[in-house]
Design a protein around this ligand. Structure first.
Ligand code: ADP
Ligand code: MG
Length: 695
């Protein structure tokens, strides 16, 4: 039996190992860097590097790598061995402080959106000591940021760290203004729930669409879908359970607090949720989790699909980002407190998020835009593309009463004066949970449900931190200038509710009525990535990101370009794969079947046998559909051949979205209809039923 506490964090150069292996002075100095962002002295770095190397070598590591997150969505690593040649022809294992804190990297192969001029292709990686080093695959991995020589961020982590700083700073200012002198630091915390699908590797290998695109481009619905909701929280099958067990073990060794595992709504869909931790670590751990899921799945003859919508017509996969702010004293700022002061503080922070989400809904929407997520948002069991906020009826009533200054008629019958009265107790009611809401307050944290399963936590978290920081900065200023804190507080909360209550919606986010209602309220409904991305370049966006030094205007532009490029290449690959499958596999297969049908008809007729009327109709219908299949394939091919003519990347993306994707859908619909009436042994690839129900 594995002793879990013994193996937990075994592959992490964490606090305990540091304390054990570093001298007290070095340990203290490193801690100052970790906690207060003080620059690391090279002599300290040398000692830390030596200790890391000894520890890693003892654990069997031979290489080290700066581990970073370029804007490709996945992590990057370049491994160097520790070996250093000696005069006697032998080698020793070496690792210097210089190598630890800074690495050079050829930035030219990573997306930069025009930031990296061709004459300066180098980028550099710098150690982020707030995230622990760890061993993966015999390499010591050092979490790092990745920047151009000009200092522009080329990765996901740099802006994330900047945004953590800014929300921490502004939240602390608000707390100070409210008279809290004790808190030294505010830290955003995150627990990302990760959804995924598992399919059998052998079946996967027979699906070119899964291999090249991570999602199926064809596939008729099986007789049983997710309509019968047996799967959600159902018993976990032995093969999946064995996978989950190994996955947990691997993650625990890497210090990831893997906690909850269960089956999700769709067949073959599952979820893993860790215990929340500080945001930077949570983001790194989520990258490790996704990577480990894929690796462990392979060991079990499975493939882990992290695509947001691998199967049309069934639930897509999300990454619910549970987010909160916590103080170094361990207080959760979104925990409604017991005393009047705590209540007031809670309501103020809550108001800040309400205003931030309303004011910057379009930027928040853009932060989770991707080609894959477009198929998920607004589809079955996924939040709509409209951003709204769920607070629950009780809290909404309280806020409404506050806004109007009327008495709150819930279970507490007095007019409320914030900062003076105690809030009525509102229980975190499990039945009150609204799964259709894109952004829900769930008792003491927010759950942002729009991010897709493949997305890095860093992107949306960076935006969330920054927009909340911006509102907190404004609140802080007003409180700092105030002569009567309670009065200002009341005014701030009331005004926020009055001006931003349109974002609060507790009803069914999936309904058509909500779309109409949201439009009436003036909420934006940006259905696709192409609709959503331009918001990042607006004056408002440039303003908020530069005010908090999270992105310069140049960086915003570069990210916009990269996202559009990513969108275009995804759709282009999908269209090419679809044509390949249609022309080389589906059309020939259907052709064989049509020929077989007509041959058997001819034989039957010749033999003077009574021809079954069913065969005739089927043949007629199939011939019609076959024509349609041909035509839609040609139409898609024509659409694809026009793509190179687009010079402006936005125009290209728009064309791909409005023409190519639409034609892809038509082709798919026809093919799916044919699949339904083609014998299973003649269909050229495993069907949905096999893919989703065979394990
Ligand atoms: P559900 O599926 O009901 O939303 P889960 O237990 O699957 O709930 O996931 C909830 C997630 O929220 C977990 O990762 C949990 O650790 C995280 N969480 C709880 N409290 C906080 C907090 N204060 N800050 C950030 N995340 C939190
Ligand atoms: Mg959840």
């Amino acid at each position: 039996m594995t002793n879990i506490p013994d193996i937990f964090g075994d592959l992490v150069f964490g606090d305990e190992v540091m304390r054990e292996r570093l001298s007290p002075e070095i340990y203290k100095s490193l801690h100052r860097t970790i906690e207060r962002g003080k620059p690391l002295d090279i002599t300290v770095a040398n000692s830390v590097a030596a200790a890391m190397r000894d520890w890693a070598v003892e654990k069997g590591a031979t290489h080290f790598t700066h581990w970073f997150q370029p804007m490709t969505g996945i992590t990057a690593e370049k491994h160097d061995s520790f070996i250093s040649p000696q005069k006697d022809g032998k080698v020793i294992m070496e690792f210097s402080g210089k190598e630890l804190i800074k690495g050079e990297s050829d930035a030219s192969s990573f997306p930069s959106g025009g930031l990296r001029a061709t004459f300066e292709a180098r980028g550099y990686t710098a150690w982020d000591p707030t995230s622990y080093a760890f061993i993966k695959d015999r390499s010591l991995c050092i979490p790092t940021v990745f920047c151009s020589w000009g200092g522009e961020a080329l990765d996901m982590k740099t802006p994330l760290l900047r945004s953590i700083e800014s929300v921490a700073k502004e939240a602390k200012r608000v707390l100070r203004a409210l008279g809290n002198e004790e808190v030294k630091r505010v830290i955003p915390t995150v627990g990302p729930e990760q959804e995924y699908f598992l399919v059998d590797k052998q079946l996967f290998n027979k699906r070119k669409d899964l291999i090249y695109c991570g999602r199926t481009l064809f596939g008729a619905k099986p007789p049983k879908g997710q309509d019968v909701e047996h799967h959600y929280y159902g018993a976990i099958k032995p093969r999946i359970s064995a996978f989950m067990h190994d996955l947990d073990l691997e993650l625990w060794k890497l210090g990831v607090l893997a906690k909850t595992k269960h089956n999700e709504a769709a067949p073959a869909q599952h979820e893993l949720a860790p215990i929340f931790t500080t945001l930077n670590t949570a983001a790194d751990h989520n990258q490790i989790t996704m990577e480990t899921m894929k690796r462990v799945a392979e060991q079990h003859g499975l493939v882990c699909l992290l695509h947001e919508k691998p199967f049309a017509g069934v639930n897509g996969s999300g990454k619910h980002i549970n987010w909160s702010l916590s103080t170094d004293k361990g207080q959760n700022l979104f925990e409604p407190g017991k005393s009047p002061q705590e209540n007031a503080q809670f309501l103020l922070f809550l108001s800040a998020v309400i205003r931030a989400v309303d004011e910057y809904q379009d930027i928040l929407r853009a932060s989770i835009a991707s080609a894959g997520n477009d198929h998920r948002l607004g589809a079955s069991e996924a939040p709509p593309a409209i951003i709204s906020m769920f607070l629950g009826d009780e809290l909404t009533d309280i806020l409404t009463a506050m806004e109007t200054g009327e008495e709150y008629t819930g279970n507490h019958k007095t007019e409320m004066e914030i900062g003076v009265d105690v809030l009525p107790h509102f229980p975190k009611d499990a039945t009150d949970r609204n799964r259709t809401s894109p952004f829900a307050f769930t008792g003491n944290k927010f759950e942002f449900r729009m991010p897709g399963s493949a997305l890095s936590v860093a992107g949306p978290a960076t935006v969330l931190n920054t927009i909340v920081a911006d509102v907190l900065a404004d609140f802080a200023l007003r409180l700092e200038e105030s002569e009567d804190i309670n009065k200002t507080l009341n005014k701030l909360i009331r005004r926020t509710i009055r001006e931003h209550k349109r974002i609060i919606f507790n009803g069914d986010g999936y309904s058509e009525e909500w779309k109409a209602e949201a439009k009436n309220r003036g909420l934006s409904n940006l259905a696709t990535t192409v609709d959503a991305l331009p918001a990042q370049l607006s004056e408002k966006s440039v303003g908020v990101f530069s005010r908090h030094s999270v992105f310069t205007e140049k960086e915003l532009h570069s990210r916009y370009e990269i996202q559009l490029e990513g969108y275009c290449s995804t759709v282009e690959i999908e269209a090419a794969t679809m044509l390949d499958i249609a022309k080389k596999d589906i059309i020939p297969a259907v052709n064989r079947y049509v020929t077989e049908l007509s041959n058997s008809l001819a034989i039957q007729k010749k033999a003077g046998a009574r021809v079954c009327i069913g065969t005739v109709t089927e043949q007629d219908q199939l011939s019609l559909l076959f024509d349609e299949l041909y035509r839609s394939t040609i139409k898609l091919e024509e659409a694809v051949s026009c793509i190179p003519n687009y010079k402006d990347i936005y125009d290209k993306a728009e064309y791909l979205c409005n023409t190519v994707l639409v034609r892809m859908e038509t082709l798919r619909a026809t093919s799916d209809k044919i699949e339904e009436s083609t014998p299973a042994d003649m269909w050229p690839m495993p069907d949905y039923g096999e893919l989703m129900f065979s394990i």
